[in-house]
Design a protein around this ligand. Structure first.
Ligand SMILES: Cc1cc2nc3c(=O)[nH]c(=O)nc-3n(C[C@H](O)[C@H](O)[C@H](O)COP(=O)(O)O)c2cc1C
Length: 395
């Protein structure tokens, strides 16, 4: 099967990856209501077809935190993404560099900051979680500086981890000790191409940035136990002082869903926010980002850079997010499916697909520049009215 879309890559990843890994990237928390809403709400937004507007020349580039990028797209932070292909984060960062878009490395990556910095020519972004051990946080920030990272994403929607039923069912969570490891080994053996690529050729395996503090504990269970015990539920807005004292570059807060929180972030002078519910992996039942974004953008869009993610599976989805008020978007599962299916080539292809889909979406909505994308490219299907204002503003 040759992939023609992000969802094709999802299917290819399902066939290539061990079950526990595919379920880990594909799944959400609890009943996955928010995960489904992210995708469904975005898809339900109708776009407004316009014609006869000379769309021969379409410009998809924009400036993001001082850097010119080719598409309004960032490869968002994905924990353990590197397990999906051999030295996976390095492959993804290379694909992002070739496409002239930023790559964001997760705190809990499989490849470390140093490895990615050594293997890729372009600066990349780093994502930081609030960790109980503040010295370790400072150390990560120092490493990010040394690695030349050009933006910091501080993720704030994980003071405690949400529970993902699929991880229990697949054996990634819950089954501790040799039983869990045996189940995962069996699932890996059922996927020989992955086992050879990642399990054998991908050696030495490590747990990226957290490897030094895990010491000789190298199992996935040790890793998840560390996350459970070391993510900091006491974190507050005041902890931004620590981050600011160690980081002078662009600071982006990820995991904002509420307009009041967005205002708080703007008052503290951060450079950007990501409207995000962690891809439906944290609090199940919260609104989709497509629903949350318009009000947030209306409240703070003129004070900081508003980014968004959640459920984006096509270039048309990117256009929808921009029309709702995002300056640029983060891809999540979209790039990880491609990485799992076809490594760097897959990620590069997904970025090409998104670009091509955006070009068609912009041409047929009659816009040639990203700055022209706003609510006028959307339409209310039931009334036929152009969606100039958010539902909240209209109420
Ligand atoms: C497997 C997986 C791991 C993730 N790990 C992280 C992470 O380490 N840090 C983070 O800030 N967000 C993480 N996220 C959330 C993504 O950055 C992003 O917000 C989300 O995937 C967007 O939703 P989408 O995948 O539906 O596009 C993760 C998401 C997935 C699917």
């Amino acid at each position: 099967m040759k992939a023609a879309s992000v969802l094709d890559y999802r299917e290819l990843a399902r066939r290539r990856l061990p079950k526990f890994l595919f379920e880990y990237i594909d799944g959400g928390s609890y009943d996955e209501l928010t995960l489904q809403r992210n995708v469904a709400d975005l898809r339900a937004i109708a776009v407004r077809q316009r014609v006869l507007r000379n769309v021969a020349s379409i410009d998809l580039s924009c400036e993001l935190f001082g850097r010119r990028i080719a598409l309004p797209v960032v490869l968002g932070p994905i924990g353990l993404a590197g397990m999906n292909a051999r030295r996976g984060e390095v492959q993804a960062a290379r694909a992002a560099h070739a496409a002239a878009v930023p790559f964001c490395l997760s705190t809990v990556s499989a490849c470390s900051l140093r490895e990615v910095a050594a293997a890729t020519p372009a600066p990349f972004w780093f994502q930081l979680y609030a960790i109980r051990d503040r010295a370790f946080m400072r150390d990560l920030l120092a490493q990010a500086r040394d690695a030349g990272c050009d933006a910091l994403v501080f993720t704030v929607d994980m003071p405690v981890p949400g529970s993902r039923y699929r991880d229990y069912r697949s054996g990634l969570a819950g089954a501790s000790g040799p039983r869990g490891a045996l189940r995962r080994t069996w699932q890996a053996l059922m996927r020989p191409a992955w086992a050879w690529d990642v399990g054998v050729r991908g050696r030495p395996h490590g747990l990226g940035n957290v490897a030094p503090i895990l010491g000789n504990k190298t199992g996935l269970e040790d890793f998840f136990a560390w996350m459970r015990n070391n993510f900091d539920p006491t974190v507050t807005w005041r902890d931004l002082d620590l981050v600011r004292s160690e980081w002078s570059g662009p600071l982006i807060i990820k995991g904002i869903l509420d307009a009041d929180d967005a205002v708080e972030a703007a008052n503290l002078g951060v450079d950007g926010i990501v409207v995000s519910n962690h891809g439906g992996r944290q609090l199940d039942g919260v609104p989709s980002t497509a629903r949350a974004l318009p009000l947030v953008a209306e409240k703070v869009g003129d004070r900081l850079t508003v980014l968004a993610d959640g459920g984006i599976r096509s270039g048309l989805d990117v256009l929808r997010m921009l029309a709702l008020g995002a300056k640029s978007v983060l891809l999540g599962r979209a790039w990880v499916y491609a990485l799992g299916a076809a490594g760097e080539t897959g990620v590069a292809h997904v970025l090409k697909l998104i670009e091509a889909e955006m070009r068609v979406a912009m041409a047929l909505t009659g816009v040639t520049h990203l700055t022209a994308i706003d609510r006028r490219v959307l339409i209310d299907e039931t009334t036929g009215a152009c969606e100039h204002r958010s539902p909240e503003a209209r109420a």
